[in-house]
Design a protein around this ligand. Structure first.
Ligand code: ZN
Length: 79
C-alpha cells in the first residue's frame, strides 16, 4: 500500500475538478458551434429592413420576404 498525504489528496482533487471543467468547456464549445452553424445555415437577417427570416434553401443569397432584397448569409452573433 502506498501512503496518501493530505497535500496529495488535495492536488488530485484539484486536478480532477480542473479536468472536469476543461471537458465541460470543450463540450459546451462544440455544442455552441453546432448550434451557430445551424442558425447560420437557415436564419438570415435582412440588411435593409432587419427582418429575420428562415431560408431552408442552400443558396448563398436569400431573398427577404418583406422587402425583396438579396441577403448574404452571415454569422449570427449572440447578444
Ligand atoms: Zn428586408
Amino acid at each position: 500500500m502506498f501512503s496518501v498525504t493530505l497535500n496529495g489528496m488535495i492536488a488530485v482533487y484539484l486536478v480532477g475538478i480542473l479536468c472536469a471543467l476543461f471537458f465541460a468547456w470543450i463540450a459546451a464549445e462544440i455544442f455552441r458551434k453546432g448550434r451557430e452553424n445551424r442558425r447560420r445555415k437557415y436564419f438570415v437577417i435582412c440588411g435593409i429592413c432587419d427582418f429575420v427570416f428562415e431560408d431552408l434553401s442552400s443558396h448563398d443569397l436569400a431573398e427577404c420576404p418583406r422587402c425583396g432584397a438579396m441577403n448574404e448569409r452571415e454569422r449570427v452573433l449572440e447578444i
